[in-house]
Structure formats: C-alpha cells, structure tokens
Design a protein around this ligand. Structure first.
Ligand SMILES: NC(=O)c1ccc[n+]([C@@H]2O[C@H](COP(=O)([O-])OP(=O)(O)OC[C@H]3O[C@@H](n4cnc5c(N)ncnc54)[C@H](O)[C@@H]3O)[C@@H](O)[C@H]2O)c1
Length: 438
C-alpha cells in the first residue's frame, strides 16, 4: 500500500500529453490550455486549477488550492501530441469541430497549427461510421504497436520531455466482450502477433503506452485498459491506468441527483434519458455497435448508486432507458432530457424533468487536463495499476475485481481529496466533527 506522506518527486521539465484522436474533445482541451496560458480565458471546471482542499479542522482555516498542495505540472510545461485518422492539424480540426469561437482559434492558430496528428492505428471493423486515410500499415497488431512505441520515443526525444501520459480521446469502438486472450499478458501478446479480432486498436495504443513507460487513461467506454492482461502490464511497469468514459453531461447529472434521492429515501419507478447530438461522436454512436458500448457504460450508473439489493422497497423495480439520437443541426451542443418518476411518503408519485442544454466538449476538456496532471502525479509517486481515486472523472470507473465501482460523485470527490491528503501526510477528513462540541 502507498505510504502516507511518501516523497513525491518534483514535476521537473516538460510533460508530454499524447492524445489518441484529435476531434472535438482533444482540440477543445488543447486550445483551452493555450488560451489559459495566454491569459485569454480561465480554467473553469478544472479541479487541478481552481479546486481547493480543506486541511485539518474547520477552525484552522486551511484550504489551499489543490495545485499548491500537491506538486503538479505547470500548464506552461505541457507539450501536446496526437494521432488521428485524418491529417488536419489541431487548428483545422478545432475549426471543423465547431466547439470554440473562430476568433479565439484564429488567435491561437500559430500554436495549434503545430500540433499535427501522427497516422493512426485504425480498423473500420471497430468504428463502422468512420473511414480515413491517415492510417498506419503493419502486418500484425504487434508490428503496429512497435511503430507506436517508436513514435512515443521520438516525441519524447524531439520535445525533450521528462515524462509522458496518454489519454484516449478517440471515437467509441464497437462493443467487445472480454475474451480469454485478454486474461494474461502472455496470451494478449500472442494474440497481437496473430492479429486476433479481440484486440481492438485502442488496446494496441494502451499496450504501446505501457511498454513505453507511459500511464494510460481511457476517456471512451470501449474495452481497452480494463483487461487483466493490460492491468498486469501496468503493474509490471509500475504505471498508473484509469478509465473509462469521461463523466460529462447527462451521466454527470445522474450521479449528482441519484445520490440525493437515495439519501432522502425517495423511491424510483423509472428514469428515461434521451439526447440529441450532432457532432462526429454522435454520428459514430449512431452505429448500433458503438452505441451498445456507450449504453452499457451509461446504464450501470443507477444500479450501483441506488443499490436495489440493499433497498428493495425503493429500487428493485425501476425502468432505466438511455437513447442517443444523431441530429446534425445541434453540433457539439447536445440537449439531454431526463424524465424521472419518483415516489415518496406512502408511495405517492412525483416527477422530475431535466433539460440540460450542455456543451459536451466544454465539459470534457477540463477532465482531460485534470487526468493528464493527476496521472503524471501518480506516475511520479509510483502509484501503479488501477487508479480508483480518479473515478470522479468517469462514467464507468475501473476498480479492483473484487469491488463494485463507486459512482456517487460526492463519494468520488471525497476519495480523490483524501488520496491527496494521504499523499501529503495530512489527516483524512471524516466529517465526524464531535470534537467541536466537547
Ligand atoms: N465529449 C464528451 O462529453 C464525452 C464524454 C464521454 C466520452 N466521450 C468520448 O470521447 C471520445 C472523443 O469524443 P469527441 O467528441 O472528441 O469525438 P470526435 O468524433 O470529435 O473525435 C474523435 C476523433 O478520434 C479519431 N479516431 C477514431 N479512431 C481513431 C483511432 N483508432 N486512432 C486515432 N484517432 C482515431 C476520429 O477521427 C476523430 O477525429 C469519444 O469516444 C466519446 O464517446 C466524450
């Protein structure tokens, strides 16, 4: 177990942030960091930049910024790299994504144009709605991984980086069930050499990252680093991994609201969620294979938070439906509706309606930033394997095989902050507070 107050090395030198996929989320993240660096905008939504952490007793008045409490890389020290199946540079891709205002992007053009994606490891079998030509060729999946490993080393050398992290921000791959080839690293490597179908492109990136000494975070719901084989590799390489599926929009709302309903012991008859979304992500998710991956990720949240087995009278029989409709006019500005049928005292029914006019990539970008900085911190501390304390950022948080995932946003935040307190040798906060009344 990680020792309380163990030494943490300083974030000296530059941190490389390698993004798989340079679409709406990645470009909004990169452009956002460039804008913040130049004082053109503020890092709203980022816990590492704006969040504080209470230390000690409430009477002590100690609440430093998280970034002053733990040694995190400075935004000026981030260097971006990416892969994509399209050749457009980050400026062109951001213009295409249409999330940020053109005037802002034009101001940042010199920096953004420099980020040119490397050719992707891609196979249309896994993302049916996409095809692109900026793609690597290789006889086997292992040969493709070797090309990625070389590129990671080249990126590190060229930019004189001291550390690198990788984050999957590429399209959602089709639903893949865990297969025996994912069970051990040995079986996984053999399967890569034999071009086995159960090895998806995202797994090839994750393998290459871990082989290169680079921690990996998965922002999409596809089966990737959450396999025993890659967990084994992460542990062997002493590297952190986490995932999966950035918690933004509708699921964020669900994990804010459902714990509140449960706290007040209000029952649930049903929760119907539907979305209209017009960006490329929406188009990819219009394919049933990719949607199935997303649906699994979105559906599990309520079961885990509401615990029907513990509260059978309240939650044993609710309907939960999730729909995503591709509707081009909306672009990245998704609209998510929720109709929630609840019941209270003596079983009397009530309804809650939510209409969230959200901006997907605006919600996702600060998550990418926080994950890059916290994964780098974890790497420097020597935290290896699954980083459950980063569950806060994910719809389907990875956890140890014997555990169930914790979805409640407030428990997740407490876990994250207590992990930071533990790292710095501070007392954990239990909120007991009896001592104030002695
Ligand atoms: N925006 C959000 O709120 C949010 C929340 C949770 C998860 N996600 C997930 O994050 C991912 C990115 O979302 P987005 O809105 O930026 O999508 P996007 O379609 O704009 O961008 C994805 C990019 O990945 C590229 N790509 C696909 N397969 C690739 C591969 N094998 N290698 C390299 N590049 C590849 C595509 O060409 C595209 O440019 C999606 O999987 C999405 O489901 C997004």
């Amino acid at each position: 177990m990680l020792k309380k107050g163990a030494p943490i090395s300083d974030p000296k030198g530059k941190l490389g942030v390698l993004l798989v996929g340079m679409g709406a989320v990645s470009t909004t993240f990169i452009a956002g960091v460039e804008a913040i660096r130049r004082g053109l905008a503020r890092p709203i939504g980022s816990l590492t930049q704006m969040g504080t952490i209470r230390l000690g007793k409430r009477t002590e008045g100690r609440s430093p910024l998280i970034k002053d409490f733990v040694p995190l890389a400075n935004l000026d020290d981030l260097v971006f790299g990416a892969w994509d199946i399209f050749e457009e540079n980050c400026y062109e891709a951001a213009m295409q994504a249409g999330v940020l205002e053109k005037e802002l992007l034009v101001r940042l053009k010199p920096q953004l144009s420099k980020v040119r994606p490397m050719p992707a490891v891609f196979d249309q079998q896994y993302v049916k709605r996409l095809s692109g030509s900026h793609v690597k060729k290789g006889k086997t999946k292992m040969a493709l991984a070797e090309q990625l490993i070389e590129e990671i080393a080249g990126f590190k050398k060229k930019n004189r980086l001291s550390r690198v992290v990788m984050i999957w921000c590429a399209s959602t791959e089709m639903f893949i069930k865990p297969h025996p080839v994912h069970k051990t690293l040995e079986a996984f490597e053999t399967a890569m050499r034999e071009n086995h179908k159960a090895i998806a492109p995202s797994m090839i990136y994750a393998y290459a990252a871990l082989k290169s000494g680079v921690g990996f975070a998965n922002g999409a719901p596809n089966l990737t680093v959450d396999t025993p084989a890659l967990i084994e590799l992460a542990e062997k390489q002493n590297l952190p991994i986490c995932g999966k599926d950035f918690k933004t929009g509708q699921t964020l709302m669900k994990t804010i609201l459902a714990p509140g309903l449960k706290a007040r012991l209000l029952g649930l008859h049903g929760w119907y969620s539907t979305n209209i979304l017009g960006n490329r992500d929406g188009e990819v998710l219009d394919d049933p294979g990719s949607f199935k991956t997303k649906e699994e990720s979105k559906l599990s949240v309520l079961e885990y938070i509401l615990q029907p087995q513990v509260y059978p009278d309240l939650y044993s029989d609710f309907s939960h439906l999730v729909r995503i409709n591709y509707y081009p006019p909306r672009g990245d500005n998704k609209e998510g509706w929720d109709n929630i049928d609840i019941f209270g005292w003596l079983g009397y029914p009530m309804q809650i309606k939510i209409d969230f006019l959200c901006r997907d990539s605006i919600l996702a970008a600060p998550i990418v930033l926080d994950l890059a900085l916290f994964m780098d911190l974890a790497q420097r501390v020597g935290m290896r394997g699954i980083q459950e304390w980063l569950s806060f950022y994910f719809k389907s948080p990875m956890c140890a095989p014997k555990l169930y995932p914790e979805h409640d946003l407030f428990i997740q935040l407490m876990k994250l902050k207590n992990t930071l307190r533990h790292l710095r040798g501070e007392e954990l906060i239990t909120h007991l507070g009896l001592e104030y009344y002695d």
